[in-house]
Design a binder for this molecule. Structure first.
Ligand SMILES: [Zn+2]
Length: 196
């Protein structure tokens, strides 16, 4: 049995993990966890300029580049934005991802949020993790049940967004990755980046 611990951050859309969970994920990487990032939506509605195919390609590339900064493997979206529903097929597909990645820690959205995609992503992840060991719950693709310990942590829904959109994030992701075994320095209190 592998001793490697696995952390999985799951956002509804490309950029959600970066805004809400990337700092915690980077720290888990520093602690020796194998890192994964997954989005449930493909980002197709995040544009007023590009076509469906173009924006999925652009946002997928951005997400893979962001994942590479913290040394995470990126898993692309499963459905279109605004089509993230708590429904049978999507829950089976998300369960398939959970059984493939076998996370010990899952970071995802708050179950109470300002956006349905975020709340449904949270519900899907909770159920997929709950069902991961059920032999009679068939995932898509069909994967064998898994029984590793799995703890779920929910990001604060408004952590990175204030009502005036004058948002601030801890600048952790902007710091260089420390050498192996070295603790990541904490950013100065005034070091912050604006959210988009
Ligand atoms: Zn989002």
């Amino acid at each position: 049995m592998s001793e490697t611990k696995v952390a999985l951050a799951v956002g509804a859309h490309p950029d959600d993990v970066e805004f809400l969970m990337a700092g915690a994920l980077a720290l888990l990487g520093d602690a020796g966890y194998e890192l994964h990032i997954m989005t449930v939506g493909n980002g197709n509605c995040g544009t007023a300029q590009y076509t469906h195919e173009e924006i999925i390609r652009i946002r997928g590339r951005e997400a893979r580049n962001a994942a590479a900064i913290v040394g995470a493997t990126y898993h692309h979206g499963l459905v279109n934005d605004i089509e993230i529903y708590y429904e049978d097929e999507l829950l089976r597909r998300v369960t398939g991802r959970v059984r493939q990645i076998q996370p010990n820690i899952v970071l995802t959205h708050s179950p109470e949020d300002y956006m349905e995609d975020h709340m449904n992503t949270s519900r899907l992840m909770v159920s997929a993790c709950f069902c991961r060991g059920m032999r009679n719950w068939q995932s898509i693709p069909r994967e064998v049940p898994t029984f590793q310990d799995c703890y779920i942590y929910h990001a604060h829904a408004q952590l990175a967004v204030d009502p005036a959109r004058g948002a601030h994030l801890p600048g952790l992701l902007h710091l260089p990755r420390p050498a192996s075994g070295q603790p990541r320095p904490h950013p100065p209190a005034d070091r912050a980046i604006p959210a988009g």
